[in-house]
Design a protein around this ligand. Structure first.
Ligand SMILES: [Mg+2]
Length: 240
């Protein structure tokens, strides 16, 4: 088979990330209100966003590490409220743990498990995410052979690093791999640039923003097996 590996983006490809993010932000806020009074009270959504953006500007080295960036923001929020460095570091760690616990409570798209289970019988499956979700902490974990996070690899998609990590991990070349994702730039352009096949998961029915299109497009994961089949049929190489 020319196609041996399917790699998946996670957020908004296998699940809608929004509900988990909202719950995670709420849990983090609740922790700070209880354990670090004075830190969060003055921030509404917009003001917190401004604070966050200033932390990003001061720490460009953390741009590919969403977890470290969040901990840095949590630390600075407490320092700004007058907490001592040591206490603030402990608080950042604990508030982040509370955030991450909720962040991992994702609800896979209805059809995802069945499809991943079927694909895992024929292909090696991998996860490539710019976020901090852990596929092995979800119900789909058992179907995956490997997973890379941008924060571990040191670069976010569309940089080639995570795609290269997938090749190294699976022993497959780019033309043996189909990458499946929702983000035109990070997933589709990124994977195309290293020579992989691509499927754009467009559950929101968005307009293609321009640039080279994915090899296939689906509006639901239900259509993914057929899209993968049709790529596998036309992909050059020995059929088994
Ligand atoms: Mg995504």
């Amino acid at each position: 088979m020319p196609i041996k590996v399917i790699t998946f983006d996670l957020d908004n490809t296998l699940w809608d990330v929004e509900p988990a993010l909202i719950r995670a932000e709420e849990a983090q806020r609740a922790w700070l209100l209880e354990h670090r009074p004075g830190t969060m009270e003055q921030y509404d959504h917009a003001r917190l966003w401004e604070f966050k953006k200033r932390v990003w500007q001061r720490h460009p080295e953390l741009l590919h590490n969403v977890s470290a960036m969040r901990e840095q923001m949590l630390l600075e929020l407490q320092l700004a409220a007058g907490y001592a460095e040591k206490e603030a570091r402990v608080g950042a760690e604990q508030a982040f743990a509370v955030f991450l616990q909720q962040r991992h409570q994702v609800e896979l798209y209805e059809e995802a498990l069945e499809i991943l289970e079927a694909l895992s019988r024929d292909f090696t499956l991998g996860a490539l995410t710019n976020g901090n979700a852990d596929i092995f902490k979800t119900d789909a974990g058992e179907y995956f052979d490997f997973a890379f996070l941008a924060e571990d690899v040191g670069a976010s998609k569309p940089a080639p690093d995570m795609f290269h990590a997938a090749m190294a991990s699976s022993g497959a070349t780019a033309t043996n791999i189909i990458h499946v994702g929702d983000n035109p730039e990070h997933d589709i352009q990124g994977a195309r640039a290293v020579g992989m096949y691509t499927v754009w998961v467009n559950t929101l029915g968005q307009k293609w923003p321009g640039g080279e299109r994915a090899h296939r497009e689906v509006i639901s994961l239900k259509d993914l097996p057929a899209a993968i089949d049709s790529i596998a049929t036309e992909a050059p190489g020995e059929r088994s």
